[in-house]
Design a binder for this molecule. Structure first.
Ligand code: ATP
Ligand code: MG
Length: 401
């Protein structure tokens, strides 16, 4: 006997009304995509449940593969047996003996199939007795057991599940539309991208690159950050904008203190154009209230004037240490702290305005017609697609053997 299924639990809140079907199909598709290298494994939906059917594959390998999929709240190992008391006893004993660090247990029987002749309460007692008489090291604890063995008697079969492994929660990526993530090489924007994905949003990224002031390594850093994010979805398209000329002109034309405000507004203008081309409906940034001069309330008000696209700012109220904690969890922190300058660090004036005003910045912007430079930047965009490298490496490995 061995575990032959993994039960996938998803959040119930998102499962209301019309969205339910869309949500479940997407989750199933995302799981299938992650498991595409395991042709023997299938993903099935039945009556409010989702199961991965292992067909001999190691369940721990599969859980490891699926643990970055948003929309999964938890996994449980499961055994499917016939609606037969002896088979159920046997499977429950297997579940108990294969639990790790277990001293106490509890059995919970749910009889959904009322044609099954033994009632839940009686079945509970039969199984409890069976487990206690066939083992020596375990005791029952109904309030706080180390392991709860759940037995669900359904019409088609009985499922015995145990040991819950937590998933990431959130919603399946692809159920909440697409956003364009302004991805710098810093700590914040990759975390913002991750959190947008957590709510089911698919991402493309845009990066403003200013060679030769910013190096190839700074660009590579951004690609590496995006690659980390692919493990929560699939591939990510990155629009790398040649920003040098526009940026130089901005700082040449704009009185000190307002350069950064104009630069940010240009970033939004270019980003909005990319959204239009790609049919993307929102922008996402790593902005965080009060963190730096461009992220004061005044700054945001003035910068935001140039677009009426919604801007998602998942980090807006977080403390830096909370952001860093997430960046460590998602493994982007070490990449973000690589010491390569991005375009903001290089051009930013010593004392940027913390309270830039809309009328002043409009006045400065009118002094020069930036339209041609904006178009040139957009025309020069290089599109790079990054995929989950780990997955790609696994593919190569499989080809070799
Ligand atoms: P981050 O750690 O994400 O760089 P930050 O704290 O350094 O953020 P800023 O430099 O003020 O903050 O940038 C605010 C946001 O603007 C970033 O989170 C990012 O979304 C966007 N941004 C900044 N620079 C770039 C860039 N070169 N390319 C794309 N987006 C950028
Ligand atoms: Mg930055």
């Amino acid at each position: 006997m061995q575990y032959d299924h993994i039960l996938i639990r998803y959040g119930e809140i998102a499962l209301k009304g019309k969205n339910q079907k869309k949500f479940l199909l997407k989750l199933q598709e995302n799981i299938r995509h992650k498991l595409k290298d395991f042709p023997e494994v299938t993903v099935k939906r039945t009556q409010g449940r989702m199961f991965v059917i292992l067909n001999g594959q190691d369940p721990h390998v599969i859980i490891e593969k699926c643990k970055n999929i948003f929309g999964i709240h938890s996994f449980s190992l499961a055994i499917k047996v016939n609606n037969d008391v002896d088979e159920i006893k046997h499977a429950a004993l297997y579940a108990l003996q294969n639990g790790e660090n277990i001293n106490t247990f509890k059995v919970t029987v749910k009889r959904i199939n009322k044609d099954f002749s033994v009632r839940s309460q009686e079945m509970n007692q039969i199984l409890g007795r069976h487990l206690l008489t066939n083992t020596t090291d375990y005791t029952v604890n109904v309030h706080q057991p180390d392991l709860e063995i759940k037995v669900e008697i359904r019409s088609e079969a009985t499922y015995i599940t145990s040991s819950v492994v937590r998933g990431l929660g959130g919603l399946p990526v692809g159920t909440s539309g697409k956003t364009l993530l302004l991805l710098s090489g810093g700590i914040d924007s990759p975390v913002a991208g991750y959190l947008a994905m957590k709510r089911g949003v698919e991402i493309e990224a845009i990066h403003f690159h200013s060679p030769p002031f910013t190096s190839e390594r700074a660009k590579q850093k951004v690609l590496d950050l995006a690659e980390k994010l692919t493990s929560y979805g699939s591939k990510i398209k990155i629009h790398v904008v040649p920003f040098t000329k526009l940026q130089q002109k901005i700082f040449q034309e704009t009185p000190n203190g307002y350069g950064m405000t104009v630069m940010r507004r240009m970033m939004l203008r270019v980003s909005e154009q990319v959204c239009k081309q790609e049919e993307i409906l929102s922008l996402t940034t790593g902005e965080n209230l009060g963190q730096v001069a461009s992220q004061t309330m005044h700054s945001m008000n003035t910068i935001n004037e140039v677009t009426n696209y919604p801007i998602l700012r998942p980090l807006i109220t977080m403390d830096k240490d909370e952001i860093i904690e997430i960046s460590r969890e998602i493994d982007t922190f070490d990449i973000s702290i690589r010491p390569y300058e991005d375009c903001c660090t290089i051009f930013v004036p010593k004392a940027p305005k913390t309270k830039p005003k809309r009328d002043r910045v409009n006045y400065y912007e009118e002094k020069y017609n930036y339209q041609e430079l904006i178009e040139e930047a957009i025309d020069g965009i290089e599109v790079i697609e990054v995929t989950d490298q780990k997955q790609a490496k696994d593919d190569i490995f499989q080809d070799l053997f």
